[in-house]
Design a protein around this ligand. Structure first.
Ligand SMILES: *Cc1c(COP(=O)(O)O)cnc(C)c1O
Length: 374
C-alpha cells in the first residue's frame, strides 16, 4: 500500500488542492481582514447558490448553528424538542444547554434515520420543535414530518451536518436540498465533514428573510448596528481564513460527492454478498452523499472484526457506540418519546469503514478483501 488507509485523508486532499488553497490563504493574510469581510460574505452567497437560493448565515461551528437556530425560534426553557436517539450528541447537547427537554424517538433499522411514523405519539402540549438529523449523508423522510409539524404547529430544524448536498424528492417529484426544507437548516464545516474547513466552522440556512436577519444578529452578539445590542446573542462567526478555504472547497463539492458515491457503489457491489454484513440502505426519496459508509454486523463479534481490520492497517469507527439516553450527560434529563430498541440495537451492530475523496482502487480492493476474508 502506497499510502496508509485512513477514515478521511485530509492531507492528500490538501496536497491535491494546494495551489488554490494556498493562494486563498495568502490573500486573506495579505488583506489583514480576519473576521467577516469579503470572503465570508462571498462564501455565504456561493453556498446559497449551491443549495438553491436559501439565505445562508455562517457561524463558528455546527453545534453553535443548532443553538442559534433554537434561540432564533424563541424556544424557551421546558419546551420539548423531538430528536432521534441515534445521533451525534451535539444535537441533544444544545437542547439541554438551553434548558429545553430532549425527547428521543427511535430510528429506522435500515436507513439509521428518524422513524417519522413514531413522532406524532411523542408530541405533547409542550413540544415546540422537531430536529431531524440527516444521518450519514441521506435525508430523513421529511415530507410527512413537515405535514406533522404543520398540523401541530411545530418548528423543523434540520441538522444537515452530515448531508450537505443531499437531495430530498417530494411526492410530486420536486427536489430540495437537505437543510433548505424546514424552518432552519444547520450544518458544520468540521474538517472531516463533506464540506470541511481547516478548523471549526458552521452555517444556518433559512428561506425566511426576517429569520435570517435574526440569526445573523444572534451569531454576532445580538447586534445589527455595531455596539447596539437588541437581543442576547453569541460570539459565533466564521473566520475569513476558513471562508476563503471553504470557497475553494465548495467548487469541488460536487466532485467530492461523486468520489464518495463511487467508493460506496463499489463497496455495495462487493460486500452485498457477505452473509453477516448488511450494506447501508439507500432511501428512495433521498440521494446519498455518503458522509459515512456504515455496515451492520449481524450475529457477529464487531470488536473481533475491527481488530482484524486493524491488524491489516484498516481503521474503522463505531458511529455511535451509545444512544443518547444511555449517555451519562443525558440519561436523567431526556424524555423517552418512543420505544428505542432499534437505536439500542444499532449501537451494537454498526461499523463505519473508510470513505473519502482520495481513495484509490487498490485501497478499496484491499479493504473489501480484508472484510470478505474475515
Ligand atoms: C458534526 C456534527 C455536529 C456538530 O458540528 P460541529 O461543527 O462539530 O460543532 C452536529 N450534528 C451532527 C449530526 C454532526 O455530525
Amino acid at each position: 500500500m502506497e499510502k496508509a488507509i485512513q477514515m478521511v485523508d485530509l492531507k492528500s486532499q490538501y496536497q491535491r488542492l494546494k495551489p488554490e488553497i494556498d493562494e486563498a490563504i495568502q490573500e486573506v493574510l495579505d488583506s489583514g481582514v480576519f473576521i467577516k469581510g469579503t470572503h465570508v460574505s462571498a462564501f455565504e452567497n456561493e453556498l446559497s447558490d449551491f443549495i438553491g437560493g436559501s439565505y445562508v448565515v455562517s457561524c463558528a461551528n455546527g453545534t453553535d448553528a443548532l443553538q442559534i437556530a433554537m434561540m432564533a425560534l424563541d424556544l424557551k426553557p421546558s419546551d420539548e424538542v423531538i430528536l432521534p436517539a441515534f445521533t451525534y450528541a451535539a444535537t441533544a447537547e444544545v437542547i439541554a444547554l438551553l434548558g429545553l427537554i430532549p425527547v428521543l424517538v427511535d430510528v429506522y433499522e435500515d436507513t439509521f434515520n428518524l422513524n417519522v411514523s413514531l413522532v406524532e405519539n411523542a408530541i405533547t402540549s409542550k413540544t415546540k420543535a422537531i430536529v431531524p438529523v440527516h444521518l450519514f449523508g441521506q435525508c430523513v423522510d421529511i415530507e410527512p414530518l413537515l405535514k406533522l409539524a404543520n398540523k401541530h404547529n411545530l418548528f423543523v430544524i434540520e441538522d444537515t451536518a452530515q448531508a450537505i448536498g443531499s437531495y430530498y424528492t417530494f411526492a410530486d417529484g420536486s427536489r430540495k436540498m437537505a437543510g433548505t426544507i424546514g424552518n432552519i437548516g444547520t450544518t458544520s464545516f468540521f474538517p472531516s465533514k463533506n464540506l470541511g474547513c481547516f478548523g471549526d466552522g458552521g452555517a444556518l440556512f433559512t428561506n425566511d428573510s426576517e429569520l435570517a436577519e435574526k440569526i445573523r444578529m444572534i451569531a454576532n452578539h445580538g447586534q445589527k448596528v455595531q455596539y447596539k445590542h437588541d437581543i442576547i446573542g453569541l460570539n459565533s462567526r466564521l473566520d475569513a481564513l476558513q471562508a476563503a478555504i471553504l470557497r475553494v472547497k465548495l467548487k469541488h463539492l460536487k466532485s467530492f460527492e461523486h468520489s464518495r458515491i463511487k467508493v460506496a457503489d463499489y463497496y455495495d457491489s462487493n460486500l452485498a454478498k457477505h452473509p453477516n454484513l448488511l450494506i447501508p440502505k439507500r432511501s428512495e426519496f433521498s440521494s446519498h452523499v455518503f458522509h459515512q459508509y456504515t455496515l451492520k454486523l449481524k450475529n457477529g463479534n464487531r470488536d473481533a472484526l475491527r481488530n482484524h481490520l486493524k491488524s491489516e492497517g484498516i481503521p474503522s469507527m463505531v458511529y455511535y457506540p451509545l444512544p443518547i439516553h444511555f449517555q451519562n450527560a443525558f440519561k436523567n434529563i431526556c424524555r423517552i418519546g418512543s420505544d428505542l430498541t432499534v437505536s439500542e440495537k444499532l449501537c451494537g451492530e454498526v461499523i463505519s469503514i473508510p470513505i473519502h475523496t482520495e481513495m484509490d482502487e487498490v485501497q478499496i480492493d484491499f479493504i473489501i478483501e480484508a472484510i470478505l476474508n474475515y
